[in-house]
Write a protein that binds this ligand. Structure first.
Ligand SMILES: C[S@@+](CC[C@H](N)C(=O)[O-])C[C@H]1O[C@@H](n2cnc3c(N)ncnc32)[C@H](O)[C@@H]1O
Length: 242
């Protein structure tokens, strides 16, 4: 409009910050600035300690469960961020439908799935250990937590799926089970997923955790992820389309 000065886009921002500074000054009057700074530093230290503690707790929790039930827990430490990220990278964030995680433990792979852009509401977390389930329910309140045996996919998992799953992401210690059961698990998982969807599995071993001979699926293996204790590979299986 003519005759009126056009407002600088930063004027609004400047006014807001001036108001904020004025408010801060008024509040600081009642308490010296140094005290404010000290309070802030203490708060930051407390947050740091809590974050550190949470990590130690997860490692300790895991170690304790491994000592109690080594074959079920299957690992001494939770998966590293690098391994979890690799697993999640095989889930298409554009896909639709639930994403099933078998053996989420304390949730490192779950975190990676969320970071990959999978909405928490889509996650169905199937865990045997009741303590881990309680922890998962606190950490992922919008996810569906199923306490039970992941090998019983049809009875334990299927009732929680409103649609065919977009992926199954497994950290189960498969080598503790006979080959026949591993193959059955894979075929049952294919039955719950949309055609072509991936079954993603990590392993510390150098061979496929699901026997490949005679299977009607294709398999892909990632390079070894060295930033994990012990180093691991990720296998991705897809049912062959007719
Ligand atoms: C190797 S840990 C992996 C945990 C976590 N995903 C990670 O990467 O750190 C295997 C997890 O599978 C769970 N688990 C083992 N057998 C299971 C079963 N039959 N059904 C459900 N969960 C099982 C264990 O309790 C444990 O939490």
């Amino acid at each position: 409009m003519t005759g009126l000065r056009k407002e600088n886009p930063f004027d609004d921002l400047r006014r807001t910050s001036e108001k904020l500074v004025a408010r801060l000054k008024a509040e600081v009057k009642s308490e010296p600035l140094q005290e404010w700074q000290q309070k802030g530093k203490k708060l930051v230290a407390k947050i740091h300690a809590e974050v550190k503690q949470a990590k130690i707790d997860d490692d300790a929790r895991f170690l304790k469960t491994w000592l109690d039930k080594p074959l079920v827990t299957g690992a001494v430490y939770p998966s590293s961020k690098a391994l979890a990220r690799k697993m999640a990278s095989y889930v298409d964030p554009e896909s639709l439908g639930p994403v099933v995680e078998l053996g989420p433990g304390t949730g490192p792979v779950t975190d990676a799935l969320l970071a990959r852009g999978i909405a928490e509401e889509r996650l169905v977390l199937v865990e045997f250990n009741p303590e881990f389930c309680a922890l998962l329910a606190r950490r992922y309140p919008k996810a569906t937590i199923v306490q039970g045996d992941a090998y019983a996919l049809e009875t334990v998992v299927a009732p929680h799926l409103k649609k065919p799953a977009a992926a199954v992401v497994s950290s189960l210690p498969l080598f503790t089970k006979p080959e026949r059961l591993r193959l059955e698990l894979l075929n049952r998982a294919f039955g719950l997923m949309v055609p072509g969807a991936p079954f993603i599995q990590f392993t510390y071993a150098t061979v496929s955790p699901v026997p490949r001979k005679g299977g009607s699926f294709e398999a892909h293996v990632s390079p070894r992820i060295w930033k994990n204790l012990p180093p691991a590979c990720v296998w991705v299986y897809r049912r062959l389309q007719a």
